[in-house]
Design a binder for this molecule. Structure first.
Ligand code: 17E
Ligand code: FE2
Length: 416
């Protein structure tokens, strides 16, 4: 007797055939065509897609749902966003951050996201964003895995005490060390900030996720420093370079050389197409750059790339729905990944690739024996899911049926 039996779904990895999935004691007990088991609860999937959950590998939950507070970002730039957030963060309380973060996580989970990496700004002496998100990590752990990055939004060496606060954040329990080298006052500060991040990660045994070269300046070249440190310290899999938008502006001679170093380093990449398409290119007239990293070329070179939302209604982006299929769709268009393999790759960028970056293989994947974390999508395959921004009908977390959503139904009122 199993606790939950899903009948007649299509695995995203093999959508030609239909299978049943049996869930018992919070784990996937069996997968196969026409399982001969009885169950407390049976759901007929009617051929819908079964997928591992979406992985939100890059979001700022501390600023989520604050758009317009205290004012709208009129220039649309990263730097005006940082200024507005600096004003808003003066009035943060633990309750304020927790309420908004949990509301955003519920929005995400209801659309199939069960694994989230969030940045927490550690630039203020109170450490309110970090303390709040660590409480949220604990509060949601029975239904969602939250990883928290200690993110020095205002720079590590631009103000006194920032470097110590980053260390303090690790003492408090942050999972990942962050950085922002392109926003340090000088190139030299940027370089030593990266070395400091790596030192801390080694000392505290944490992962690294650096906001790196998030600017259109083709002279912003901190990615090479991140790759070099990862090579020297043999840490590639534990290191992520987020945004890297300047990579889209480098000349090809430099970009090709750099690609070789990156392959040697084996680091992970996260692109945030919704945000960087709108934040970047703001100082260009025409032609206007897309302001994205080289997603397609990184993927072609077999590097691990995932996609993130970055923002849900905050000083940097007034929109944001939590729907990762929207993010994948934007990547398909902006990175021109419309080939069949390329579309499937974009789906992997919001699922398995994100899981690799977050290093959650103990609890991620549709395999017998793994915790039963999976979603059911109203689509026949991954490409249709992206095309339709299809509804996630069921979300199963650790064997529990967490959320159901019924797709909208359209009825013609005249005969045509
Ligand atoms: N902070 C930052 O430095 N870059 C971003 N894209 C966001 C916050 C959203
Ligand atoms: Fe970010």
């Amino acid at each position: 007797m199993t606790s939950l039996l899903l009948r007649q779904g299509r695995l995203v990895t093999d959508p030609e055939a239909t299978v049943d999935v049996a869930i018992q004691d919070g784990a996937i007990a069996d997968i196969g065509p026409h399982l001969d088991v009885s169950s407390d609860q049976v759901i007929d999937l009617e051929g819908r897609l079964i997928s591992p959950p979406f992985v939100e590998s890059h979001i700022h939950l501390d600023s989520a749902l604050t758009a317009g507070q205290p004012r709208w970002n009129q220039s649309g730039t990263l730097f005006e966003g940082i200024e507005i957030w600096r004003e808003r963060k003066q009035s943060l309380s633990i309750e304020d951050v927790k309420e908004r973060a949990i509301a955003a996580l519920k929005l995400q989970a209801s659309q199939g996201v069960l694994f989230v990496r969030s940045h927490a700004d550690v630039s203020e002496p109170t450490q309110t964003p970090l303390k709040a998100l660590l409480e949220v990590r604990e509060a949601v752990k029975d239904w969602l895995t939250l990883q928290v990055v200690a993110f020095p939004q205002d720079g590590i060496y631009s103000g006194t005490g920032n470097a110590e606060r980053l260390r303090e954040a690790l003492e408090l329990g942050a999972d990942v060390v962050g950085g922002i080298p392109h926003y340090e006052l000088t190139r030299e500060d940027g370089v030593r900030s990266i070395q400091y991040v790596f030192d801390l990660a080694q000392q505290y045994d944490r992962l690294i996720d650096i906001h790196c070269d998030e600017i259109d300046d083709e002279q912003s070249r901190f990615l090479e420093v991140v790759a070099a440190e990862a090579i020297r310290r043999n840490m590639g899999e534990r290191v992520t370079a987020s945004h890297t938008t300047a990579f889209g502006s480098y000349n090809d001679a430099y970009a090709f050389k750099l690609m070789g170093f990156i392959e040697q380093a084996g680091i992970n990449f996260i692109s945030n197409p919704l945000i960087n398409l709108t934040l970047q290119g703001r100082t260009d007239t025409y032609p206007k750059r897309r302001g994205l990293t080289r997603v397609k070329e990184l993927w072609q070179n077999k590097l691990n790339v995932s996609l993130g939302h970055d923002c849900i209604q905050d000083p940097w982006y007034n929109l944001g729905s939590g729907n990762l299929l929207e993010v994948a769709s934007m990547a398909v268009h902006a990175c021109q990944m419309t080939g069949k393999d390329e579309l499937i790759a974009c789906y992997e960028m919001i699922t398995t690739n994100g899981a690799k970056t977050l290093q959650i293989s103990d609890r991620y994947g549709l395999e017998i024996g793994k915790p039963a974390n999976l979603i059911v999508i109203n689509a026949e395959d991954a490409i249709a899911a992206i095309r339709d921004r299809a509804v996630v009908c069921h979300v199963i977390s650790q064997g529990n049926h967490l959320v159901s959503t019924t797709p909208a139904m359209t009825t013609w009122q005249i005969s045509v």
